[in-house]
Design a protein around this ligand. Structure first.
Ligand code: ADP
Length: 751
C-alpha cells in the first residue's frame, strides 16, 4: 500500500512519528490479537492510532471487543511501572482502579456522550504501592469505518500535585485559624488535632507531646486517628522509640484501607535556636511517597502547632506579669496608706505640743522660739507630704469620690494663686493671675480643685529661676481650663509622656530644691480625671512649661455647706513652705572669735533647703564664721570670692550637686586642700563608696546630732590647720559612732 492509499498509511509510516510507543506498536504481534494484523486495520483505526502517536498530550485509545490499548509516550508515565502495556486489555491494566474509571468509559461508549472528569481520583499502582493520584480526563467514543463504536479515546492530564497542594494548603489554613485562638493550651492543641482528623489522606494519625514546667520529658496532650494509649504518655528522647512503636502499631489509615507503617516525629520549635517545646508525631499516608512536598507540609503543620503553643504561652506569661504588677501596685498603695496612717499619729503628737508651746502667751527666749518654729515648720511639711500620700493612695484605690458643689472657681483660683505671691516675689519671680468669672455655674470639689492649683503653682515656683508664672482661667462651651505657665527650666520631650505617672521625677532637672515625691502631677491628673477632665503639659527645655487642667462645668453632688470656699490651712502651709525655700537667709552673722584653736575659722555651708541652711548656720555660728549658699554653683562663686577653711555641703542639690562641687574643688590647686564634709540623706554602702571615691574628708548621714556635727567640723578644721597643704596624712579617728550612720572616710586621698 502506498502513501496515497485511501485506507491510511502503511505499517512502518503509521508508527514512525510515535517515538518509543511507536516502536513498541510496530514490534507488537497484533496478528495474535482480536485487532488483527496491521495490514487489516480499518482506516478509522489507522487514523486514530496516528492521532494518538503524534500528540504530545497524554492520549489513550482502546479498540475492539478486548479493549486493547494504544497510547503515546506522553501517557506512559501515567501508568508508571505498568508501562509498556500497549496491546493489553485496559480492564486488566487498570484493574485496581477500574471501579473508578470503568463506568465513565462504558458510559461514553454506550451513549456516545463524552465524559468530563476533572480531578478524578485514581489509585494507581505504578510505583510499587497503591498511589493516590488525580487526573482530569475526558473519554469519548471511537468509531470504525462504518460509524459504529469500536473503541474509546481518552485524553488526560495528571493533576495530583495541584490537588494535593491545594488540599494541604486548606488544611494549614484551617489549622492556623483554630490555633490562632488564645485560651487553654490543651484545648487549643486538641482542637487543632480534631482539624487534622478531617485530613486522613495527609495525616492518618497524629499525636502531640508538650513540655510542662519543671518536667524533663514531653507529655502527651492529644492524639487523633488512633487509640491515644497506643502512644506512650511521655517521651524523653527525640521520638525514636515512639516511631519504632508506630511500626508495630499497624494503624489502618485513610479511605483506601492500607496499613500505616511510617510516621515522622517533628520537634516543635518556637525559634530556631531555642530548645523544642514539644514533639509532633505525624503518621505518613501509605498511599503517598515522602517527597519534598510532603515533608515540607509536615514541617508547616509542626510550625502551626509550635506557633499556637508559643503564642498561648507568651500571652499567659504576659497576663501573669500584668497580674503580678497589678498585685504589686495594690500592695504598694496599701503600704503607702498604712505607713501614712502610722506616721500621722506621731506627727500629730509632735505638732500638737509644739503648737501649744508656741501659741502660749508665756514669753520664750528668742532662740528657743526660733528653734521650735523650725521644728514646727518641718513637722508641718512632713504632715503635708504624708497627707498627700494618703490622699493619693485613696484616689488610687478608688476610694476618693469628688463631692462637687457650686463654686466660684474664678475667685477661688485667684485666691489660691495669690497665696503664692509672696513666695514668688521672694524668689524674684513675677506672678500674674488672670481669672475672669466663668460664664456658667461650675461645680467642683473645692479641696480637690485646691490641690490641683496648689500643686501646679508649687511646681512652677520650684522649677522657675528667672521670669515669671502666669495663671489663667479660660472658659468655652464645654468647660473651663486652668493654665499655669512658667518660664522655668522646662522638661525634655522624652519625659513628657510619663510626667503624670506617679513617682515620676525628671532626673537631673534643675530645681529650687530636690525636695519632692513625684506624686504631685499624678495626683493632679487623677483629680482632674475624677471630675471628668484632663491634664496636659507642653514644655520646652530652657524656656518653660505650661500645665493645663480642663474640667467640664459639671453638676452638683451636694449643696455647698459654706457659701464661700477659700484656701485651706494646708494650702497656706504649702505656699509658706515655698516662701521659706526661696527666702534669702536671715542667718545670724558669725561672731568674730570662736572657742578653741580653730576659733575664727570660716565655714561655708551649702544646702538647698533654706531651713536646713538656717539650722546649720545657727549651730555653727557661735563657733565659727559661717557663710551659706543654696547650691554648688553658688558655693563655687563664694569660694572664689573668699576661701573658707571648711566646706560643709549637702549631696542632693539642684544644678551642681555635692559630688560635683567636691570634684570642682579638688580639681583646682588653689582649693584642693579645703576640707569638705558631706551631709546626705542617703545612707548605706553605695553612698559611702561614692563619697569615698570623690575624696570627701568626712561624711555624715542625716539625721545627725548637733554635738556630733560640731565635733566633726572641729576635728576637720584642726587637722587642716596642722597639715595645709599636705594632703597625704591619715585622717584622725572620728568620735565614736553613735546612733546615726557614720562613715569614716579615707586615708588615701591622692590630691
Ligand atoms: P515632684 O515635684 O514632687 O518631683 P511632681 O509630680 O509634682 O513631683 O512632678 C514630677 C516631675 O515633673 C518633677 O520632678 C519635675 O521634674 C517635673 N516638673 C513638674 N512641674 C514642672 C515645671 N513647672 N517645670 C519643670 N519641670 C516640672
Amino acid at each position: 500500500m502506498g502513501p496515497d492509499n485511501p485506507s491510511g498509511p502503511a505499517g512502518g509510516d503509521l508508527f514512525a512519528a510515535g517515538g518509543e510507543a511507536g516502536r513498541i506498536m510496530a514490534a507488537f504481534d497484533w496478528a495474535s490479537t482480536s485487532v488483527g494484523p496491521v495490514e487489516s486495520w480499518p482506516a478509522s483505526l489507522r487514523f486514530a492510532v496516528r492521532t494518538v502517536l503524534v500528540s504530545r498530550f497524554p492520549m489513550l485509545l482502546t479498540w475492539g471487543p478486548d479493549q486493547l490499548q494504544f497510547y503515546n509516550d506522553a501517557f506512559a508515565p501515567v501508568i508508571g511501572a505498568k508501562h509498556p502495556a500497549i496491546g493489553q486489555d485496559i480492564r486488566r491494566v487498570l484493574a485496581e482502579s477500574w471501579g473508578t474509571v470503568g463506568p465513565p468509559i462504558e458510559h461514553a461508549m454506550a451513549t456516545l456522550e463524552a465524559s468530563w472528569l476533572p480531578e478524578l481520583p485514581v489509585l494507581l499502582e505504578r510505583s510499587g504501592y497503591r498511589e493516590e493520584t488525580y487526573f482530569t480526563v475526558s473519554h469519548a467514543p471511537a468509531f470504525d469505518d462504518d460509524g459504529q463504536v469500536a473503541g474509546m479515546h481518552a485524553v488526560c492530564t495528571e493533576v495530583t500535585g495541584q490537588v494535593l497542594s491545594e488540599r494541604r494548603q486548606r488544611l494549614l489554613h484551617a489549622l492556623s485559624t483554630v490555633g490562632g485562638r488564645l485560651g487553654d493550651e490543651h484545648e487549643t492543641v486538641s482542637a487543632m488535632c480534631r482539624t487534622l482528623e478531617g485530613a486522613p489522606l495527609d495525616v492518618p494519625f497524629a499525636a502531640v507531646y508538650l513540655s510542662s514546667p519543671g518536667e524533663h520529658a514531653f507529655r502527651r496532650v492529644a492524639a487523633v486517628g488512633c487509640d491515644p494509649d497506643a502512644f506512650p504518655r511521655s517521651v524523653a528522647d527525640g521520638g525514636d522509640e515512639l516511631l519504632a512503636r508506630v511500626r508495630r502499631l499497624g494503624v489502618i489509615g485513610g479511605p483506601y484501607g492500607d496499613q500505616v507503617t511510617e510516621a515522622a516525629a517533628l520537634p516543635l520549635h518556637t525559634t530556631r535556636d531555642a530548645d523544642p517545646i514539644g514533639l509532633l508525631v505525624l503518621g505518613k499516608s501509605p498511599n503517598r511517597a515522602m517527597d519534598a512536598e510532603y515533608s515540607t507540609f509536615n514541617e508547616l503543620v509542626a510550625g502551626q502547632f509550635a506557633g499556637a503553643v508559643a503564642n498561648i504561652r507568651a500571652f499567659e506569661t504576659e497576663r501573669l506579669r500584668a497580674e503580678t504588677l497589678a498585685e504589686l501596685d495594690r500592695a504598694k498603695t496599701t503600704f503607702f496608706s498604712d505607713v501614712s496612717h502610722e506616721l500621722r499619729t506621731p506627727l500629730t503628737l509632735l505638732l500638737g505640743p509644739l503648737g501649744d508651746v508656741l501659741d502660749d502667751d508665756q514669753p520664750l527666749p528668742e532662740d528657743v522660739r526660733a528653734q521650735l518654729s523650725l521644728a514646727m515648720r518641718n513637722g508641718q511639711r512632713l504632715q503635708r507630704l504624708v497627707n498627700d500620700l494618703l490622699d493619693f493612695a485613696s484616689i488610687e484605690a478608688g476610694r476618693a469620690t469628688p463631692i462637687r458643689v457650686r463654686a466660684d472657681v474664678a475667685t477661688f483660683t485667684a485666691e489660691l494663686a495669690g497665696i503664692f505671691r509672696s513666695a514668688a516675689e521672694r524668689a524674684g519671680l513675677r506672678l500674674t493671675v488672670d481669672c475672669p468669672p466663668l460664664p456658667r455655674p461650675a461645680f467642683v470639689d473645692p479641696r480637690m480643685w485646691e490641690k490641683i492649683v496648689v500643686n501646679l503653682l508649687a511646681n512652677a515656683v520650684k522649677y522657675t529661676f528667672v521670669g515669671g508664672i502666669d495663671v489663667t482661667l479660660r472658659a468655652d462651651d464645654d468647660g473651663f481650663t486652668l493654665a499655669v505657665a512658667d518660664t522655668g527650666v522646662g522638661i525634655v520631650a522624652e519625659e513628657l509622656p510619663r510626667l503624670f505617672q506617679r513617682f515620676q521625677r525628671v532626673t537631673g532637672a534643675a530645681a529650687r530644691t530636690r525636695e519632692g515625691s513625684g506624686i504631685g502631677l499624678a495626683m493632679v491628673q487623677e483629680l482632674a480625671g475624677l471630675h471628668g477632665g484632663t491634664a496636659a503639659v507642653s514644655s520646652e527645655p530652657g524656656r518653660g512649661s505650661t500645665f493645663a487642667v480642663t474640667l467640664p462645668y459639671g453638676a452638683p453632688d451636694a449643696e455647698p455647706t459654706t457659701p464661700e470656699v477659700g484656701p485651706s490651712e494646708a494650702a497656706r502651709g504649702e505656699a509658706a513652705s515655698w516662701e521659706a525655700a526661696s527666702r534669702e537667709d536671715d542667718i545670724p552673722r558669725p561672731r568674730g572669735e570662736g572657742t578653741g584653736p580653730t576659733g575664727g575659722a570660716s565655714v561655708l555651708v551649702v544646702d538647698d533647703n533654706a531651713d536646713m541652711r538656717a539650722y546649720l548656720a545657727r549651730l555653727l555660728g557661735p563657733l565659727w564664721s559661717v557663710r551659706t549658699t543654696a547650691d554648688g554653683a553658688e558655693a563655687l562663686a563664694a569660694v572664689a570670692e573668699r576661701q573658707p577653711d571648711l566646706v560643709l555641703t549637702d549631696v542632693m542639690m539642684p544644678r551642681i550637686d555635692g559630688f560635683e562641687l567636691l570634684r570642682a574643688l579638688r580639681a583646682d590647686p588653689a582649693t584642693r586642700h579645703i576640707p569638705v564634709i558631706m551631709l546626705t540623706a542617703r545612707a548605706g554602702q553605695e553612698a559611702s563608696v561614692e563619697g569615698l571615691e570623690a575624696g570627701a574628708d568626712d561624711y555624715l548621714a542625716k539625721p545627725f546630732r548637733a554635738a556630733e556635727l560640731l565635733a566633726r567640723v572641729r576635728v576637720a578644721l584642726e587637722r587642716a590647720a596642722g597639715r595645709t597643704p599636705t594632703p597625704l596624712e591619715p585622717a584622725a579617728p572620728g568620735p565614736a559612732a553613735v546612733s546615726y550612720t557614720h562613715l569614716k572616710l579615707p586615708t588615701k586621698r591622692l590630691v
